[in-house]
Ligand binder design. Sequence first.
Ligand SMILES: [Zn+2]
Ligand SMILES: [Zn+2]
Ligand SMILES: [Zn+2]
Length: 476
Amino acid sequence: MENVVIFDSPGKGRGLKATKEFWAGDVIFSEPSLAAVVFDSLAERICHSCFRRQEKLQRCGQCKFAHYCDRTCQRAGWAEHKQECSAIKAYGKVPNENIRLVARIMWRLDKEGSLVSDMQLTTLDELEDHLNDMQDDDLKELKVDIHNFLDYWPRTSKQHTIDDISHIFGVINCNGFSVSDQRGLQTVGVGLFPNLCLVNHDCWPNCTVILNHGRIELRPLGKIAEGEELTVAYVDYINVSEERQRLLKTQYFFDCTCEHCTNKTHDDLKMGGQEVEGVKPSDEQVKEATDYCFDMMNKMDKARLNGDYHEVVKICRKCIDKTEPILADTHIYLLRMWSTMSEVQAYLQYFEEAANYARKMVEGYMKLYHPNNAALGMAAMRAGVTHWQAGLIEVGHGMICKAYAILMVTHGPTHPITKDLEAMRMQTEMELRMFKQNEYVYHSMREAALKNKPMTMLHEPKSVEEGIKNLFHRRK
Ligand SMILES: [Zn+2]
Ligand SMILES: [Zn+2]
Ligand SMILES: [Zn+2]
């Protein structure tokens, strides 16, 4: 590993720094998982080898638990599944995802030693487990997991001390990385990537991490100088600094003292009021509107969980009408309302209204996020598609180009989403040209295209903020 080196980061413990200069679009390193498992809840819907979502999967004839796309995936996953397969058969049931992950890690290390490749910068022994920082409830759960692990772990496998086993459970508790499906739209499992565990957090980081064809890639968001520490964001920057610090403390056990937390950068925009012709609403008015938005968000989430999308629209509309004149166009609750409204209205095929709210959402995000933030790129992509669906081809094409530029940095040219975007970019470019030549021809062609739905994203709106918000997976 020649691009990075481990060093002592002041106040943070071990960290990674660059040994040469990097630019947006580079890959600093890529790394396969040491081990990864599919979530319990998705065990029958996601391939246990390539983590793709498939309509029809084939079940392992032995344990009847593991599922695969086909023989090729089953063969590719056999080395990781072999011992698990007989352990599940002997145990008579399937242990939970944490236990399955710890077992897979231990079988791998027992077989290959503590460094499974010369690319691996750290052993697991050297990683933090934060067992001493864990809350009582979490500790109780950990004890149950360890108890079940001992029942599950075969007598014929190498035996380990309780301390060693606890350590691995602790490591995956704070370092287990959320593994997403091939398009990065849904988290489907959890895995361990040892080098990534060395990258410290910053709320305004200089890198982003993306899963691409089963490997994680660490990518710079802009220019990084030789010797600079490499950082990623463990939590979504959309939260205000106090909330980010709370999340980081409870989930990752440290106090964030990054520049953006110290200066409370953007907090005023995220919770502020709207200035109209030089007049600002009073603090009380802003607080009242914020509290109202918060209540409505809870109601909206409930309706969304019940799949009652017309009710969701009703709640959002009422809330937006009341608070839009008071709250800043970067207020994070208002952004949540606009985002939900655009997603649900697009699903219900009210494309023009959906496009309007999607545009407000992207414009708000642009004032808050780093220009190369992946969440901004994904939002621009969604807004671009919605505009295209609404027949607003000029804005739609512009947004898709914007999304494409961001994802070329955050995801790279080979990622499936970037490839989707590339196709959309070419199609909307062609349509835009047609639109400028002859609007009538364009509109009739668009009608036909909509019927064939070549680039629809009419998947059901996600359940309550299911998007990938935390870098590392948190057990529920
Ligand atoms: Zn597969
Ligand atoms: Zn099996
Ligand atoms: Zn911070």
